[in-house]
Ligand binder design. Structure first.
Ligand SMILES: [Zn+2]
Length: 88
């Protein structure tokens, strides 16, 4: 009975250590990939691929009141400021 409990606990310990080891290994690989495989430019490119660029394209922010502007508008309807044309 006693030996059975000890072996059970040891097995449990091994399982826990194994899980911790695997998690640590995966986290280590992810950090390594981030640091070595991708430059900051690559990360930006990947991130922009997943975010919706349409919203950014069609809506601009007023430089004066920071409200959303339609790209077709030339003057801000909120404060009357003429929109600065930016070439991005
Ligand atoms: Zn404005």
């Amino acid at each position: 009975m006693y030996l059975g409990t000890v072996s059970y606990l040891l097995l449990l310990l091994i399982k826990v250590l194994f899980v911790v080891f695997v998690i640590g290994l995966v986290a280590g690989i992810v950090v390594w990939i981030r640091n070595n495989l991708f430059t900051e430019e690559d990360v930006k490119t990947i991130k922009s691929a997943f975010t919706t660029t349409k919203v950014v394209e069609n809506k601009e922010l007023c430089a004066t009141c920071t409200k959303e502007l339609n790209s077709e508008w030339k003057v801000c309807p909120h404060c009357g400021t003429e929109k600065e044309i930016k070439n991005v």
